[in-house]
Design a protein around this ligand. Structure first.
Ligand code: PXP
Length: 250
């Protein structure tokens, strides 16, 4: 099924809620197990420098207690590199990180950082970890990611999701993502996408046949309050499948 679109569920914000009270509830590992039961294909977790949501022990426990591949999001820092090499998750997605941002605000500057990023990519890949770089849908960022040996680029869908739907600006952002995804496919680097996706924005992205994986967190955890986490994930999966029907195999 080469046309299958994988869903990675990001459980960071279960940990955000837990951390507001400093205890152990709600447990992000339990959320990851429920996500597995609901049909997620991987679990994504972002270990931030300030540990505002996922904690080091969550990473240990996800690896041990969850029957899905772990995609560890991390900033390209020496501290995070060391942690990734110790835990050896299935995948790492490197993201830019600013302490005061609410969430990852933009893509990595792979062009500007190619020198040191190349070394990070090599060390992670040598440890058998699939390395992804989170980038804006810009062709020079994607070609540089491929040149420095990344296996995957994840395209930032934030601008597309934030754009006003009826003013034509969302179509413009969608076109950029679609062109960037085609470009990635043509130069032989796997393409993923994520950030800000919800029920009303996922289908046009899922319909881009060359995209192989979506990573989705905040919306699903928020929607879980109303629908339950399993139902929110299952509905998201249904929308992805509907969008994927009748598009040509790539
Ligand atoms: N992909 C990457 C690289 C991210 O940094 C994030 C946010 O942590 C996501 C996907 C998921 O974004 P959201 O939580 O808005 O669905």
């Amino acid at each position: 099924m080469s046309n299958f679109l994988r869903l990675g569920v990001n459980i960071d914000h279960v940990a955000t809620i837990r951390n507001t009270r400093g205890g152990s509830h709600p447990d992000p590992v339990r959320a990851a197990q429920l996500a597995a039961e609901a049909g997620a294909n991987s679990i994504t977790a972002h270990l931030r420098e300030d540990r505002r949501h996922i904690l080091d022990n969550d990473i240990t426990r996800i690896n041990l207690e969850v029957d899905l591949p772990l995609n560890l999001e991390m900033a390209p820092t020496e501290e995070m590199l060391k942690i990734a090499l110790e835990h050896k998750p299935f995948a790492v997605c490197m993201v830019p990180e600013k302490r005061r941002e609410r969430t990852t605000e933009g893509g990595l500057d792979v062009v500007g950082g190619r020198g040191f990023l190349k070394d990070y990519v090599a060390q992670l890949a040598d440890a058998g970890i699939r390395v992804s770089l989170f980038v804006e849908p810009e062709l020079d960022q994607i070609s540089t990611a491929a040149e420095i040996g990344a296996a995957v680029v994840e395209l930032h869908t934030g601008k597309y999701c934030d754009a006003v739907p009826d003013a034509g600006s969302r179509e413009k952002e969608l076109l950029s993502i679609s062109k960037a995804a085609d470009f990635a496919q043509n130069i032989g680097i796997e393409c993923h996408a994520g950030h800000g996706l919800g029920f009303d924005t996922v289908k046009p992205i899922a319909a881009i046949g060359v995209i192989k994986e979506l990573n989705v967190g905040h919306f699903l955890i928020g929607e879980a309050v109303f629908l339950g986490l399993g139902n929110a994930i299952k509905h998201f999966r249904t929308l992805m499948n509907e969008a994927r029907e009748n598009i040509p195999e790539r």
